[in-house]
Design a binder for this molecule. Sequence first.
Ligand code: SF4
Length: 742
Amino acid sequence: MDDTTVYRTTAWSAGPGCHGGCGQKLHVKNGKLVRIEGDENHPWNQGRSCPRVLAMTQYMYHPDRITRPLKRVGARGEGKFEPISWDEAYDTCEKRLNEIKRKYGAESAIFVQGTGRDIGGPITMLAYSYGSPNWVQLGLSGHSCYTPRLGAMKTVMGDFAVADCSQYLERRYEDPQWKVPEIIITWGQNSTMGCPDGFFGSWVVDCMKLGTRIIAVEPRNTWLSSRALHHLQLRPGTDGALALAMINVIIGEGLYDKEFVAKWVQGFDALRERAAQYPLDEVAKITEIPAQEIAAAARAFARAKQAAVQWGVPVDMCPDGTAVAHAITCLSVITGNIDKPGGQVIARPSHGVTSYPFSTEELVKLYGADLIARLNEKRIGADVYPMVKNFRGWAQPDMVIDQVESGVPYPVKAAWIQTANVVGGQSARAKFHLEALKKLEFIAVVDLFHNPTTMALADIILPAATFPEKDSIRSWWAPLISIKKRVQVGECKSDWEINFELAKRFNPEGMKRWKTLEDMFNERLAPSKMTVADLQQQGGFKMPEDGPFKPYFRHERGLLRPDGKPGFNTKSGKIEVYCDTFEGWGMDPLPFYTEPPQSERSTPELFKKYPLVMITGARSQLFFHAEHRQIPWLREKLPDPTVEIHPETAKKYAIYDGEWVYLENDMGRVKRKAKFSLQVKRHHVHTMHGWWMPEMEGKAPSLYGVGDFQINNIIPGPQCAKSGFGGGQYKTTLCTLAKISA
Ligand code: SF4
């Protein structure tokens, strides 16, 4: 008899690593996960899975996985660690962090998270219980992922919005309320290559099968661009100019939605004047896209009965990511595509529950206005950048690392690093990060495997759990979800469990109202009028019900504003394309374009020396950022870090296909294997980030080869204009190619 039990749960955490939140079926035998498959009942992924989640058994039971708490017993970088008990690990973290607080102040400890998944909930609880305002996604230069666009949308229209592929409706494509988008602009996103930010690339393909036409804004040739109605093959970093030129065409030719604009838009005439400063001919030169292509795409988008935009991180990485996101938001606004079936659907945390507090508004809801205001007094970057201060609780990452180095205006002495491979992952100026962090007096790392960061920096390592090993909740857009622990691996604990225990030690008074984690989850679930047990009983998820959290046309029905009146959740009740709030913060109230800090136009001398534009940071189905390089099923599909080079460019540099080469600039050089590709333009090269080699020597100075393979070693710091968001030069750094043998 087969004694395997199948449990349904949701993937959101280490393992796949992504932001998606798909339904999965866990096949568990004798307390061990033996197989995993997509849950066909789950409306978001409908049985589909990525390779990473299918490789979960290899990930969870990998021989290199850290399964007990460790303490460092040699010098940093020597690779000498000894297992310790959880009690000793907690005691050490408590003692060392309290010493730092007594000596330098709580702000001297930084609380560092990696990208997305479910860290935002537990890490804020811990940082604020300890008393530090410095919660930060360290290394993500300019907060250049998702935050600029969230900040722009929230400020301009009072809410976030995403492309509507029927994801808020339980019956999905069959629901009669939904309409197929006639056009989806995939703007700087190869959506099929992952599950970006609560959005599944497979939805775009589903829509295409139902008739959607694609406009691909993308410097490379991709699967999507090859099937697109228009492929706008722009010069990296020029997205803002393109969006403004499209707005100019739409307004100039009278193709905007006059009724929607008259009723719901503030500042339209000012936007018209601003867009007129971006004539087609000039923007064609800036973007390298023929003028008639820009115009044709703008017309197609505006003439569609309903049209959506699904955008990616290149938007956020533009010199002022907020301004570019503002411009792209205006495209949807002036064409009346807001909260309309098949348009841009307003996305709120499911049932009003906050699990990962994205905005200051949500932080205030969880922790109170007083605490959040107090934290702003010492939060790094809050006094310099208005969006950092007003939109999101994170400290400004580029300023944090500079302050670690300089100690001004106050010293940074400790770091709590939670599933973030700062040295091998997202950090621009990665070597600078490594050297600066070495100065800290105490570093605790929560992670699942050794990596360059644990090896170089950790004093204590706490072993984290994957999603089949943990209890959690998730309310990122929809549905509302409970994640249920089904197996145990070694002594690993969930991020929530780890932080809950330590938060109680730092703030016993504030934490005493919750005896268990489940008590706390239930309190957070209160707006939904459900408990974890209720959610479990319903199969682990609940789709939104009619009201503020379910589309459509909520602005007309008085469902968006706290006062219950029709309109958007802004001061004026209208979408403020001329944004008084930005103006009040000393920012430009209208969208604008800034040339990338390195380019043929902005740095012609540098361009002569380094004539190739390097594009990095693209997502992969195999690896999530710096993770998964040790998982055999995944690594065998892509064993080496490659650089895509146009064959004619390769010829110029006398490089042959498959040869190891250097990518180099004034910051240094990094090894890559040449891959001839017609996907890239002649003056671009494209390479993946996040590479280090788990099979190489872990001890310093090798640190798993991170010095040779980490592309972010040659990515400079940001130019994030006034907002503090954007400017990570992950798509626009200039470089050249060199033969290793030369
Ligand atoms: S990438 Fe998509 S399919 Fe894979 S685990 Fe994440 S949500 Fe699920």
